[in-house]
Structure formats: structure tokens, C-alpha cells
Design a protein around this ligand. Structure first.
Ligand SMILES: [Zn+2]
Length: 325
């Protein structure tokens, strides 16, 4: 695995970059680092904005439609290189909390509430100012184990449709299983406009390839939503995604998430990777109450090989009718 040098902390900003040629089109909001230890998508967004700027200079007929904005989710945790400080920022997006912190007389009760306040206000401001074209929300993550390249759409049919277009394995059912994720909050009900929302897992936390996958997914999303033209996009972006997706099921459904509580001594057995087929009875992990075995034949996702995290592993079931990449 190729690793990269750390980013200078002083360069880490809330707004990673924006791009807007003043032409009507979609509003694409990409969020990196809702988990502060997942920095590769931040780099990807930074590079992508710079690529658009170069494109604008080197190709006179290049047109970007709509607006792009890349945001850093948990800025304070990102500067510390930690997943979170007090609470998981990707598990607190409840209507009750957003309502409370939207009233400026209420002081956020922890670091992540303060982060959510700033991120939500910025998203709302962008959505309200945006005229014409759909709102597209892309939420980027990385995982502690290798091989985790896939996407999870929000409820709306349009989200699933876009997810299928990205050349990434699609895993459905996150919204029903993970409460109060940021993705689940990016709906028409809360934004006031129809929105397409997808979480994208782009690979391992420290792997430079996670940057390439995130750039490819982002550029692909720009193309599929009409922000950039087909002829302006190099085919290598598709090739990168196709390489990762090869042999994987196009559609799977989330069946189980193993909850981890602080102090329960959860320890994943070594050597598991994303999209590994697991037969019923396989020992997956241990904790204070003993051994944790797989209860059905399933596919493993996101085995936890880091200290912080409230989920030990995900088990998914492939939908054979959609076939394989
Ligand atoms: Zn994450």
C-alpha cells in the first residue's frame, strides 16, 4: 500500500474548495471528514477543484454547469487526526438536535454539536441560494480494513439511480439501520428542495488509492448529473472504479450491524477484509461476553480495525438478480 505524507494542519479548512462558472446546473455538495481520521477524500476534493481550475484554463470550451462545494465535516477532529472528539458526527443528525442548535440562544453541548451547527448552516445557505438544477449531496468515507469501495444511497429513487451510475457496488439499507446519519438528514423534508444523496466509501484510511477512487467517483457524479460534459471526462476515472468493483455484486442489502459499546472489549479477529464471503458459524470477533460468530452466510463489510467506532462489522446480503461487475 502506498502511503502519503500528512497534510499541513494549518491548510485544513472548513471549505475545501468551490467551483462555479456562473452557468445553471446542479449544486453538488461533497463532504469529507465527517470522521476526522478519514482524510483521503479531503485530498481528493482539494485536487478535484484544482483540476477544474486547470481545465478551465487549458480547455477554452470547458464549461462547468452549476456549483460545486467541498466541505470538511468534523474540522476540529480532522486537525487532531481523530475520528471524533466527543461524539460520532455521523450519528447525531436528529431533527431534535438540529432544531436545538439552529436556535443561536442554545449553546452546543459538545464539540460535534458545534461542528454540526456550522456544517448544517453552510449546507442550508448553499441550497437556499441555489437556483435551477438538482441538489446532489455526496458524503465520503474511508474504512480501517482494505477493499472497502462501495456506495450507499439515501431513500429517494433518484439517489439509487445515481448510485447505480457510479460503477460502484451499491449497498442498500443503511438509512434504516444506522440512526441519525448525515446522509439520512439530506432529504427534501429538511433541505426544502429535492436532493440526491449518497455516501461513498472509497477505500482504506491511509491508502493513496482512496484519493484516486474518491476523485473518480466525484468526477463521475459530476458527469452523471450534467455538471461536466461526457467529452471532458477522461475514461481513466471509470477505469479506476471498474477495477475496484470487478467481481463484486452490483447490489447488496445491509442485514446486520454489530454494535460496539465503550468498554465491551470488542476485538475483530485478524485478517478480514471488505466484501469477504463469510459462511455461517465463522468466528468474526470476541468481546467481554465471548465469541461472536456469523449467524448466516453473508458478505462482510467494514470490519473494525481501529480504536474508535460504534460498529464492529456490517453483514450484507447480495441481490443475485442485479448480477456482478
Ligand atoms: Zn466514516
Amino acid at each position: 500500500m502506498r502511503r502519503v505524507k500528512p497534510y499541513p494542519k494549518r491548510q485544513i479548512k472548513r471549505v475545501i474548495g468551490t467551483y462555479d462558472d456562473g452557468v445553471e446546473g446542479p449544486l453538488i455538495i461533497a463532504v469529507a471528514c465527517l470522521h476526522g481520521n478519514e482524510f483521503m477524500p479531503y485530498r481528493a476534493i482539494d485536487y478535484a477543484v484544482k483540476m477544474l481550475e486547470v481545465e478551465h484554463i487549458t480547455k477554452p470550451d470547458f464549461v462547468y454547469r452549476g456549483k460545486f462545494i467541498g466541505l470538511c465535516g468534523n474540522l476540529r477532529a480532522t486537525k487532531l487526526g481523530q475520528r471524533f472528539i466527543d461524539k460520532d458526527l455521523n450519528r447525531i443528525w436528529s431533527e431534535e438536535l438540529v432544531e436545538r442548535i439552529s436556535d443561536h440562544q442554545n449553546i452546543p453541548e459538545c464539540e460535534e454539536e458545534a461542528e454540526l451547527q456550522v456544517v448544517w448552516q453552510r449546507i442550508l445557505k448553499e441550497v437556499r441560494q441555489h437556483k435551477g438544477g438538482p441538489v446532489v449531496f455526496l458524503d465520503f468515507h474511508t474504512t480501517s480494513a482494505d477493499g472497502g469501495v462501495f456506495c450507499m444511497p439515501a431513500h429517494e429513487r433518484a439517489s439509487l439511480d445515481l448510485a447505480f451510475e457510479l460503477y460502484l457496488p451499491v449497498v442498500e439499507g443503511l438509512m434504516e439501520t444506522v440512526p441519525n446519519s448525515c446522509l439520512s438528514f439530506m432529504s427534501e423534508k429538511h433541505l426544502g428542495k429535492p436532493a440526491v444523496a449518497i455516501s461513498i466509501e472509497v477505500g482504506q484510511h491511509q491508502d493513496i488509492n482512496s484519493v484516486y477512487v474518491a476523485i473518480a467517483a466525484l468526477i463521475n457524479a459530476m458527469r452523471k448529473t450534467g455538471a461536466v460534459q461526457e467529452e471532458d471526462v477522461e475514461s481513466r476515472h471509470d477505469d479506476i472504479l471498474k477495477r475496484y468493483a470487478e467481481g463484486l455484486p452490483r447490489l447488496s442489502r445491509l442485514r446486520y450491524i454489530h454494535p460496539v459499546k465503550r468498554g465491551d472489549g470488542f476485538k475483530m479477529e485478524p485478517g478480514f477484509s471488505n466484501f469477504q464471503s463469510i459462511t455461517k458459524g465463522t468466528l468474526l470477533a470476541t468481546d467481554a461476553s465471548g465469541s461472536i460468530h456469523c449467524q448466516e452466510d453473508r458478505i462482510l463489510l467494514m470490519p473494525l480495525y481501529q480504536e474508535k467506532g460504534s460498529e464492529g462489522f456490517y453483514l450484507i446480503e447480495k441481490d443475485e438478480s442485479f448480477g456482478y461487475f
